[in-house]
Design a protein. Structure first.
Lengths: 156, 91
């Protein structure tokens, strides 16, 4: 299963070993890990809660992985995204890609993350001593995802 | 959410919208003229209050029809599951 949604933490080394699967064709493994950061608001962040839309989440991530596999010459890809209550420094997301060469693996990994940030139905809620609020989406994420679209095919 | 009558739409509210509307799901029967995401948005915004505040333009709202991201002109039909949510913030 190339896509997993889970509350529990993940082991980067073990996940990448499984992804490589002892395949001697693999010459490049690219991985991205997103972590919970405290951006020093009015009070220290105590909890980052990740909500998602069960049913659509798995489907949208699988579609993103399929698109990456069709656009780049890679062997395999993995996405793990955590949900529930997380704390600063916790791991949130892992994207791993295997390929023959680094260029394709790097590009596919970055593409998957950029599309995940703008298309996969996850939402972050920050809680500190003063209360809770939903994190607002950033325009820079839309711009990062738009880079991967051919000219003239920009989506709204 | 799956036992919805076939002639109704299932609406799913997520993240901030679930808080604002005080519900995570609702079954509705909009007028027959409501055949697109844009028309559904207008119809719901006309409820006023939190609905108008969250759904009236230029507020950014995303829609998914049967678990696929939708555009303003995406068709909605009785029996569909339509989700409303703010721009996503995962990763």
């Amino acid at each position: 299963m190339p896509v997993r949604i889970q509350e529990s933490d993940f082991d980067l080394t073990a996940e990448l070993a499984t992804l490589r699967g002892g395949d001697p064709r693999v010459g490049a493994v690219a991985a991205f890990v997103g972590t919970v950061r405290d951006v020093a608001g009015a009070a220290p962040l105590s909890t980052l809660t990740l909500e998602h839309y069960p049913g659509m989440t798995e489907k949208s991530l699988a579609a993103i992985v399929d698109t990456a596999k069709s656009r780049w010459d890679i062997f395999d890809a993995l996405v793990i995204h955590r949900v529930g209550a997380l704390r600063p420094t916790d791991q949130i997301v892992l994207v791993g890609v295997t390929g023959a060469h680094r260029g394709e693996a790097f590009a596919a990994c970055e593409f998957i993350m950029d599309y995940l940030k703008t298309r996969a139905p996850f939402w972050k809620k920050e809680t500190n001593a003063l209360g809770s609020h939903w994190v607002e989406a950033r325009d820079s994420d839309d711009e990062a995802a738009a880079r991967w679209q051919p000219a003239g095919r920009r989506e709204s | 959410m799956r036992d919805n009558p076939v002639d109704a739409l299932t609406l799913v509210y997520l993240a901030r919208l679930s808080d604002a509307f005080g519900a995570s799901t609702e079954s509705v029967r909009p007028p027959v003229a409501v055949t697109t995401v844009a028309a559904l948005r207008d119809w719901l915004a006309a409820r006023g209050g939190a609905w108008a505040a969250e759904l009236a333009p230029p507020r950014a709202v995303r829609f998914a029809v049967n678990h696929e991201l939708a555009q303003a002109d995406t068709v909605v039909r009785p029996g569909d599951e339509v989700a409303l949510f703010p721009p996503v913030t995962g990763g």
